[in-house]
Design a protein around this ligand. Sequence first.
Ligand code: IDP
Length: 140
Amino acid sequence: MALERTLSIIKPDATRRNLTGKIAAKFEDAGLRIVASKRIQMTPAQAGVFYEVHKERPFYGELCEFMASGPVVVQVLEGEGAIAKNREVMGATNPKDAAPGTVRADFAESVGENSVHGSDAPETAAVEIAFFFSGLELVG
Ligand code: IDP
């Protein structure tokens, strides 16, 4: 399996409840290394650019407002098969379907306010990492 990097976001519902450390610990415990990390707050317009792929979906407006509703912690996670591993630790989009022990099973409040984002493929990971971080900020 290849060494990969993926973009993770700890969403506003989770930062609001002081869950940043507990969520980051689940990623580290799974063998993922946090090679970049920062806490920021997006505007709805910035969130709209990040989630542009979803712009035709009915929840797009709600999603952008939510992602701008408080701080987020954006992180780059590195490891063997990091993209799939991160998504495994995150759990299914809807917390009702998420496997026990996953971030979303343990912490998500709803299908929208579901605590974490993770890139879904190498191409999107590259675009999403570059959206938030410069090369100098990635320290492996
Ligand atoms: P993912 O985050 O598990 O990859 P996607 O289907 O790519 O899931 O959806 C992106 C994000 O959009 C979700 O994480 C969630 O925050 C939000 N979302 C997805 N489906 C719904 C919905 O039915 N209502 C409200 N928000 C949704």
